[in-house]
Design a protein. Structure first.
Length: 268
């Protein structure tokens, strides 16, 4: 059983929802990233989405775009991100790590090399935003053959046929983008999220994560009533930007947020 599947199974037995933070790898440096990953686990998160920087992050709002720009100025590569996962694995063999990014860096590295290298480092899943299921069969087959779950996105506009096409290729869990827009945009309507998740579950057996628009403990708790995982990105990356020159304060600020979310989610 994969780390992702085992984590969801354990949480289900405890009637809990996964908390999944997104952080940009290398922001502000690799050492801080690894320390933050461990601190996040200690604060109660269950999986980690590690951002792979890209020059044109089309699904991301200004906060995460700025983080990608900061990291790219230091020439952080996909190989660097994979090496950070390997460093994290020296002291944590349990917490699932998912790489979130775009296809171009993977294309440059090569599907096979990426899948093998990522798996060897301890990567559990890959969420590649800009490859649709109709064009991704070769890619997803290679990921699955190497034990890396291909994570796919669904949106409020996804119809039943789209949901069914995702069901055929996805692994690990499916990420429901709860807003029409980019990361960090608008205010989340939890009632509409619950309705859409009900529709998706008619076609998909995998756990469902919800992200985009979750910025505080109250919202995280509300979403946790309906979702199998709550994904938090921009709210965390914003705090990282505010304390980029003070790694200890950065870690403290982020952990304060995830700890509050974990407590609120467990209380509902």
């Amino acid at each position: 059983m994969s780390r992702i599947a085992a984590t969801f199974e354990a949480l289900k037995a405890e009637n809990k929802t996964a908390l999944v933070p997104y952080i940009m790898c290398g922001d502000p440096d690799f050492d801080t990233t690894v320390k933050l990953m461990h601190a996040l686990v200690e604060s109660g998160v269950n999986m980690i989405e590690l951002g792979v920087p890209f020059s044109d992050p089309m699904a991301d709002g200004p906060v995460i775009q700025a983080a990608a720009e900061r990291v790219l100025e230091r020439h952080v590569s996909l190989t660097d991100v994979i090496n950070v996962v390997a460093k994290f694995r020296e002291n944590d063999q349990q917490t699932p790590v998912i790489l979130m990014g775009y296809l171009n860096p993977v294309e440059v590295m090569g599907y096979g090399v990426f899948a093998r290298t990522a798996a060897a480092a301890g990567v559990d899943g890959a969420l590649t935003v800009d490859i649709p299921p109709e064009e991704g069969s070769g890619y997803t087959d290679i990921l699955k053959a190497n034990g890396v779950d291909p994570i796919y996105l669904l949106a409020p506009t996804s119809d039943n046929s789209r949901i069914e096409s995702i069901a055929k290729v996805a692994g690990g869990f499916v990420y429901y983008v709860s807003l029409k827009g980019v990361t960090g945009a608008a205010t989340l309507d939890t009632d509409s999220v619950a309705e859409k998740l009900g529709q998706i579950r008619q076609h998909i057996d995998l756990p469902l994560g919800v992200g985009f628009g979750i910025s505080d403990a109250e919202t995280a708790a509300k979403v946790s009533k309906e979702a199998d995982a709550v994904v938090v990105g921009s709210a965390i990356v914003k705090r990282m930007a505010e304390h980029g020159n003070e790694p200890e304060k950065l870690i403290q600020s982020v952990v304060e947020l995830t700890s509050a979310m974990r407590q609120a989610m467990d209380a509902v």
